[in-house]
Ligand binder design. Structure first.
Ligand code: HEC
Ligand code: HEC
Length: 248
């Protein structure tokens, strides 16, 4: 508890030092730092079961462990104190400095590139999260690439929150429901598996934010397996008809 608090305040002061505009009214609630059980591990039983016997069912179980890992969950965020907030660290505590979706970037696709649109808050994700990870622990991670030009650090709409109560069955059905996924492209779903395959395979292979989960910078546990294994497991699952687990 103490150590985490020190890390968080360390992050805050390194911002002041680096000249980044930090929100001085940091009223985020740090009292639950010890409450959650860490889900951070870079190998899991489901990953090992998939390695032993790759099939659509074991593949989805591995995909689920990745999607519920803090590296993915943190940016998709939580609703807390009435706001959609990113979280940080292996225990997914609310982002310091009271960062919420108010600080998010709005993106749209224009001529095959992602561009920022609309009003941008003066303290926004890009002010701190650049194209690469900062070199010291506790400082902002970053990601960008040429596979998805302009797709930089920002958070998705609240329909894509992966809460601590997420189940494999629910996540699977959410992914196959185009209304709950990307606002930037038509993703397909159960009724249009051809588009779903194309878009989801593209998303997991090329998205710099997804790839970042295996290159998260110093002091952060990477997601289970490797990025290549994750992308492969997505194809195994989709090519096998994208079966969803039943609620157990
Ligand atoms: C004022 C600077 C600042 C702004 C603005 C900011 N962040 Fe951060 N962010 C940080 C710092 C510093 C960390 C590292 C905290 C740590 O590792 O303890 C961080 C960490 C994160 C992480 C945690 C990664 C992990 O898995 O532990 C996520 C996710 C994140 N920020 C998302 C966002 C999003 C989304 C926005 C915009 C809505 C945003 N941040 C705006 C400074 C900022
Ligand atoms: C730094 C922030 C960030 C991180 C880290 C991140 N995501 Fe996302 N994710 C987003 C954003 C932003 C979108 C929405 C883009 C849009 O509106 O099309 C998104 C959308 C998605 C979608 C919806 C698919 C679609 O395109 O319709 C899935 C699935 C997803 N993310 C999975 C993951 C997984 C798995 C990880 C970890 C390996 C991850 N994300 C890590 C920001 C992030």
């Amino acid at each position: 508890m103490k150590m985490i608090t020190v890390l968080l305040s360390g992050a805050l002061s390194s911002f002041v030092l680096s000249g980044c505009i930090a929100n001085k009214n940091d009223d985020s609630d740090h009292s639950n730092l010890t409450a959650s059980v860490s889900k951070a591990a870079n190998s899991t039983p489901a990953f090992e079961a998939y390695q032993q016997d790759p099939n659509p069912t074991t593949a989805f179980n591995y995909l689920f462990d990745v999607a519920t890992h803090p590296r993915c969950v943190n940016c998709h965020g939580v609703i807390e104190d009435g706001a959609h907030r990113p979280t940080v660290g292996d225990n997914s505590v609310p982002h310091p400095m009271n960062i919420t979706s108010v600080n998010n970037l709005k993106m749209a696709v224009q001529d095959g590139k992602f561009v920022q649109v609309g009003e941008t808050h003066p303290v926004n994700c890009r002010g701190c999260h650049q194209d690469e990870n900062a070199r010291e622990p506790g400082r902002p991670p970053g990601a960008a690439n040429d596979l998805m030009p302009g797709f930089v650090w920002h958070m998705p709409p609240p329909t894509m929150i992966i809460g601590s109560d997420m189940t494999p069955s629910k996540l699977c059905n959410n992914w196959l429901n185009p209304r709950l996924n990307s606002f930037l492209a038509q993703r397909g779903g159960r009724d249009d598996m051809k588009t779903f395959k194309k878009e989801f395979e593209h998303h997991v292979s090329d998205d710099p934010l997804v790839r970042w989960a295996w290159n998260p910078g110093p002091g952060r546990t990477p997601a289970p397996g490797t990025h290549a294994q994750f992308a492969k497991a997505m194809s195994v699952w989709i090519n096998g008809g994208a079966p969803c687990p039943t609620e157990s």
